[in-house]
Design a protein around this ligand. Sequence first.
Ligand code: NDP
Length: 283
Amino acid sequence: MGMIIDGKAISQAVKDEVRAEVAELETKFGRKPCLCVIIVGENPASQVYVRNKVKAAEYTGMGSRLIALPAEVSEEELLAQIAALNEDAGVDGILVQLPLPKHIDEEKVIDAISPAKDVDGFHASNVAGLWLGKDCIVPCTPAGIMRLIDSTGVDLCGKTAVVVGRSNIVGKPVAKLLLDRNATMTIAHSRTADLGAVTRQADVLVVAVGKAGLVTGDMVKPGAVVIDVGMNRDSAGRLCGDVDFTSCADVAGWITPVPGGVGPMTIAMLMKNTIRCYLQRIQ
Ligand code: NDP
């Protein structure tokens, strides 16, 4: 059986790293980094994510603000709130929890956040920065995935990497990060003809689809690093990934569990990104 990559332990180490940095920065500059999270409406999953983000910020000792707006808030009001936070010298990072209610244009909202405070790394100028190889804010989940892969000690240079899923928030950015580390990249998606034939080539396999049990043991190359980004509910309501853990763990060299893999890393990397935004602004 492959080794389990303990995302919970690794994310805890990252949060402890941030906690030490926050204390040091406060001493040095006389102000703590501050993350502001905006939630619109009462989507239960979003409420859990937001609560966990604020809790993590509190753990690290950084400042945090939670702005909860009603589902009926107008796009103009939300944009005005963001504009005020962009100008607020005491706020280093702004995160708007997605998805937003249908009457609000998400792209407009993301583009309204100052790129310097865009802790999610979703703003077009940060996305362009990533693809142009510039120093920029990298989205949290892909950054966390890279940290999990690095924890295995596998050198990515020259390896074959396959990412299943091509979303703007996970699939595409993680593919670029793997490419930057000199892996040979393939991105598979819903139109990929023979998914198993593609995934079986992968020394590193990242699955970000949103379909429970999509990847089974027969689709994994023996010894591969398997990263399961999926967050689904099984028939009993339990959280599960896109990868069939039992059959894949038998074949993989390393594998992330769900829960306890990528999920906690996303939040830990959000803390890192907040520090980064703070440092860019204060120096
Ligand atoms: P999207 O729905 O935006 O993208 C899903 C991707 O999967 C698409 O590119 C789609 O292809 C592809 N796809 C769909 N069906 C298949 C299939 N049968 N075979 C191969 N590819 C397929 O999802 P996200 O990237 O936002 O999220 C993916 C999963 O990761 C979700 O479960 C989400 O909850 C989870 N997630 C977890 C995070 C964490 O912190 N742990 C953070 C973000 C997401 P096509 O483009 O052709 O439609």
